[in-house]
Write a protein that binds this ligand. Sequence first.
Ligand SMILES: NC(=O)CC[C@H](N)C(=O)O
Length: 401
Amino acid sequence: MTGSAPWTPKKPTALLVLADGTVIEGTGIGATGKVPAEVVFNTALTGYEEILTDPSYLGQIVTFTFPHIGNIGTNDQDIEDLTPAARRGAVGTIFKADITDPSNYRAAKDLDGWLKSRGVIGLSGIDTRALTAWIREHGAPNAVIAHDPNGVFDIEALKAEAKAWSGLEGLDLAKEATSGQSSQWTEKPWVWNEGYSELKAEDAKYHVVCIDYGVKRNILRLFTGLDCKVTIVPAQTSAEDILALKPDGIFLSNGPGDPAATGEYAVPVIQEIIKTDIPTFGICLGHQMLGLALGAKTEKMHQGHHGANHPVKDHTTGKVEIVSMNHGFAVDSKSLPQGVEETHISLFDGTNCGLRLSGKPVFSVQHHPEASPGPQDSHYLFRRFINLVREKKGEPALAER
Ligand SMILES: NC(=O)CC[C@H](N)C(=O)O
């Protein structure tokens, strides 16, 4: 027999140190180093590459409840962020099983090397069920994840760092995730062009301007599929500059961090936009900031919603959809002012999942209709948005489902 026997304890090469001083030992994977962040769990069974590259996870460490992550490797097509060379998703990740060699014809790179190249620090080999149960009981904790191949850690310093980290509340991370902040992108508006092999963006029927707080690719792909040219503008673009682009519709994207902190610059812009009659649609962070712009409040959740199997009810149709979720803040339903209707709720805990403004073509949802990963039940919301655009142009509505 070669190597060490499976029952011989491995020397820990990675640690998760919680702000309360709890130390969890595991095997280091991905990038080395350390980073403070909030620990959440995601219950999706598939789509680890999409999850880890979702810009809304900036500032967070994703624990996968599915035990075997990495078995299909990674590729360049399944990323959700727009800047592949920059780290614009989860900063850390936690798996139960060690990563095995990829077995999939689409695999271009193994997950361990891919995590390294993206600067994502990982830990494997721990009881993720126990950690998940802990998070459910105590809430999403602040922590430091640290990986050193030699297993040399200053545990007291890591405990102090975890305790001292400010947490996500009050943190504006959209300014880091937005395309305008990356050296790879101009700070000017730019036109999304993936998927236009046959259809040229300029030939598209409708023009949507996306305010990019950390947008996911699949949202842009779905707009493309509905005959839209999408112009992406950085998060801090003024309402005047947005309206000067003459959009048929405006999209408020998902994104990381605390909506209340991001709202400082986003809310006044959204308030200007909704004074016009331009159809406006928000997803997740965009939904929360639309809520703030309308006078509602947002609040931090206990453990948040992160998964691909959450039931949501659309009150406007009475239908239930199974959706993708990724949020740690929520719009407080009780704070919705007169004239703002709650359209969707989570059937797990009754929290707000959608709103619309009476008398205006303005609505938003908390969940992720673009899925990626997850079920496609909510794709109809993109058609609902395009129907508002079509209505304004005097065109007949598309079937929603
Ligand atoms: N996916 C998102 O847009 C997340 C929004 C916000 N950062 C939250 O955690 O609630």
